[in-house]
Each structure stands twice: as structure tokens, then as C-alpha cells.
Design a binder for this molecule. Structure first.
Ligand SMILES: [Zn+2]
Length: 154
């Protein structure tokens, strides 16, 4: 079951197909299972630590990649971009640079009408910027927890 969870999460970074298959090399089933129970699919991925690599192979385009590296790269990248533009809108708004804040907002949120009410959006934005920071903190704590778990299981 944990194997399926992990694989269905994965999409080809090259062609976005979900027709992918995993190749396991020395995959530690016991650790992965413990990881999945303790920490969800991310824990299952942790089962690959120190016991060979898992490679995912795309059936549509033939691309192969390391899902563990790919997932953490995409996630942290998207989060940081998200937090950065929100913080810069807030910064511009708070320093009285309303036009700049509007422009930044429009650049980053597609399909926003030109005459949108920025004041209304600001409250939501502040909350989201805080949440994003919180999510990153949560990820860092999760990673520390996984490292501890891997250390205990080794
Ligand atoms: Zn592909």
C-alpha cells in the first residue's frame, strides 16, 4: 500500500505523465514501512536512505529521475518563490508604495482584474506569507524528525 502511495504521487518532470514505474535498488522495505506509518509517504521515501537508490522511469518519454531529490527540490523552490513575492508585496505596501505592490501582485496572480481591491487582498496575503513561513518551518522540523528516525533505525 505504501508503495502505491509513493508512486502515485510521482509525475514525470519532463512530460508530466503519471505513467511511471519505480526501479528499486536495495530498497529497505522494513524502514520504508516504518517510515510510512510514522510520517506518511514522505517516510516511505526515507526508506530509501542508505540502502541504495530509487529511480523512477517514465513510460511515456523514457525519462528517469530520483523522486526524492526531485520532490524536495520542487517543493522548497515553489515555497520560497511564493513567500518571496508575497513578502515583497507586503513590504512595498507597508512602505506606502501602493502602485508597486499592485504591480507585484498582478505579476504573480494571473487572472486578477486590473481594478482589484489591494487592501482587501493584503490581509489574506499577510496570512498566507506567514503560513508559507510556517510550512517551511514544518518541513524543516519534519526533515529533522526523519533524520532522527533514520538514525534510530540504522
Ligand atoms: Zn515523461
Amino acid at each position: 500500500m505504501w508503495k502505491l502511495t509513493m508512486i502515485t504521487m510521482v509525475k514525470c518532470p519532463n512530460c508530466s505523465s503519471d505513467q511511471v514505474t519505480a526501479q528499486k535498488k536495495g530498497f529497505s522495505g522494513g524502514k520504508a514501512l516504518a517510515g510510512a506509518v510514522l510520517a506518511g509517504p514522505l517516510g516511505a521515501i526515507a526508506g530509501t536512505h542508505g540502502s541504495g537508490k530509487i529511480k523512477v522511469f517514465c513510460l511515456s518519454c523514457g525519462h528517469t529521475w530520483d523522486p526524492k531529490a526531485q520532490a524536495s527540490k520542487e517543493k522548497s523552490h515553489a515555497d520560497i518563490i511564493e513567500m518571496m513575492w508575497k513578502k515583497s508585496v507586503i513590504k512595498a505596501y507597508d512602505s506606502g508604495n501602493i502602485e508597486e505592490a499592485r504591480k507585484l501582485y498582478l505579476n504573480n496572480v494571473p487572472n486578477t482584474p486590473d481594478n482589484f481591491d489591494l487592501t482587501l487582498k493584503m490581509e489574506k496575503l499577510r496570512k498566507e506569507a506567514d503560513t508559507t513561513g510556517g510550512v517551511i518551518l514544518l518541513i524543516i522540523m519534519g526533515i529533522l524528525f526523519l533524520i532522527l528516525m533514520i538514525w534510530l533505525l540504522n
